[in-house]
Design a protein around this ligand. Structure first.
Ligand SMILES: *[C@@H]1O[C@H](CO)[C@@H](O)[C@H](O)[C@H]1NC(C)=O
Ligand SMILES: *[C@@H]1O[C@H](CO)[C@@H](O)[C@H](O)[C@H]1NC(C)=O
Length: 295
């Protein structure tokens, strides 16, 4: 009895001090052939979400194309070897998404019908549907991540809705989005307002007005608070460069992140964790290893 009331006392005390939420690390993989395999990334135990980057050509009646840099060549079928890796990662409880878009490519959705066509392609080629041409083999990915940075700003809300609807056929389709930190995001603002995304990994880099700069966390924390109060339903992630070379600006030294920033942003029930660009850069300096204990 005495022990029981002591535990309750401690719990009560912790509640008074303030709730802090736990999260996971999301990482982008696929844009550098020297970053190791998916299975190696998952075996580190550091990541909870992997975004395979990128399907960088789609929409507007184009034949879609995937780019996995030096890892393999999608059209010739050499990327199907990653099917086993994907299943291996999923077996460890890691969610694996296909990221569409990116900083280089040719993509846009010309109409609602075009969005429907692309959703069907994604379902059949990477999710629970069937196609004779599946670049990543028969592994069924957990969802689709939207990293839309160029082309038309229109119809991504339709694409998100159509993809989400496929989830009703059985296995849930998770949706991720990687908007820039200024609100509203030029490309994804409309789609984000519909509350269809499970994970929103905001890019708090290359955007000085809402990123960390010169030891000052004010702009970043203010922007974080806007994201967590304005985007319905989604879990929000702090998207960061994994090394100084990974972005033009916005890198946060690991000790600053763990001592000054995470304790503040983890107070939001919408906190989902930290997103890192990318596996290649994380391998350079072990950033995820330095922060995982505090995420
Ligand atoms: C529909 O998408 C396919 C690729 O999946 C493409 O080849 C085709 O041209 C598209 N059709 C229209 C009408 O956009
Ligand atoms: C940090 O940045 C904010 C917003 O730009 C500014 O108001 C504040 O003075 C800065 N703090 C320091 C210590 O430079």
């Amino acid at each position: 009895m005495a022990k029981h009331s002591y535990t309750l006392h401690i719990l009560f005390f912790l509640t008074l001090v303030g709730t802090s939420y736990g999260g996971g690390i999301a990482i982008y993989w696929g844009q550098n052939g020297n970053e190791g395999t998916l299975s190696e990334a998952c075996a580190t135990g550091k990541y909870s979400y992997i975004n395979i980057a990128f399907l960088n050509k789609f929409g507007n009646s184009q034949t879609p194309e995937m780019n996995l840099a030096g890892h393999c060549d999608p059209p010739s079928g050499t990327c199907t070897k990653f099917s086993a890796d994907i299943k291996d990662c999923q077996g460890k409880g890691i969610k694996v998404l296909l990221s569409i878009g990116g900083g280089i490519g040719s993509y846009s959705l010309s109409s609602k019908e075009d969005a429907r066509n692309v959703s069907k392609f994604l379902w059949n080629t990477f999710l629970g549907g069937k196609s004779s041409s599946r670049p990543l083999g028969d592994a069924v990915l957990d969802g689709i991540d939207f990293d839309i940075e160029l082309g038309s700003t229109k119809n991504y809300d339709h694409l998100a809705r159509f993809l989400k609807d496929y989830g009703r056929l059985g296995r849930k389709v998770y949706l991720g989005a990687a908007p820039q930190c200024p609100i509203p995001d030029k490309f994804l603002g409309t789609a984000l307002n519909k509350g269809l995304f499970d994970f929103v990994w905001v890019q708090f880099y290359n955007n000085p007005p809402c990123s960390y700069a010169n030891g000052n966390i004010t702009n970043l924390v203010n922007s974080w608070n806007r994201w967590t109060t304005r985007v319905p339903k989604s879990k929000i992630f702090l998207g960061l460069p994994a090394a100084t070379g990974a972005a033009g600006s916005g890198f946060i030294p690991a000790d600053v992140l763990t001592s000054q920033i995470l304790p503040v942003i983890k107070k939001s029930p919408k906190y989902g964790g930290v997103m890192l660009w990318s596996r290649f850069y994380d391998l350079q300096d072990g950033y995820s290893t330095s922060i995982i204990g505090s995420v």
